[in-house]
Design a binder for this molecule. Sequence first.
Ligand code: MG
Length: 203
Amino acid sequence: MKIICIGRNYSEHAKELNNPLPAEPVFFMKPESAQLRNNLPFFYPEFSKDIHYEVELVLHVNKVGRNIQEKFAHTYFDGIGVGIDFTARDLQQKAKEKGLPWEMAKAFDFSAPVSSFLPLDLFANLNNISFGLFKNGELVQNGNSKDMIFSFNTIIAYVSRFVTLKQGDYIFTGTPAGVGPVKIGDKLEAFIENEKLLLCNIR
Ligand code: MG
């Protein structure tokens, strides 16, 4: 499996990092080894001094597809969870300045904690899902899928022009404003609507 991540999909977050709003989805990938499941702790890596959390809604891909038409895209995922796109912001900033790839900053081991997935029929409207993140009990990010620049279906259609989707892949759909650093000892809790679905302790 692979993890596809969308960057700059919420305008307030693009602004906070001084990035222009994209005309087309920006995506990058994390490998299977980036997965962190079952609320296991995240161990702060030695290569960064500025690991940031980014809470995101995550789609669970349920079948193979390429060149998917947007009108059929909704049939290619069967669950929505919440995840954290951990980012080594210091390494990412250096890579951006030099025009280099982001893998060191984004694709490192255990950089993608993900909750269990909720079936789609639990949601009245996929374009109105609230989600967010508490750090040490304080609300630090609060988003809603209605504010995405590119919808779930647009993302699936776009990405599948370049990369075949496979059953079991995850798609991280972008983070709202409020990203920030973590330190050892922090406790992150991510939620969808009123339900805390993901716990991640920083060790
Ligand atoms: Mg992200």
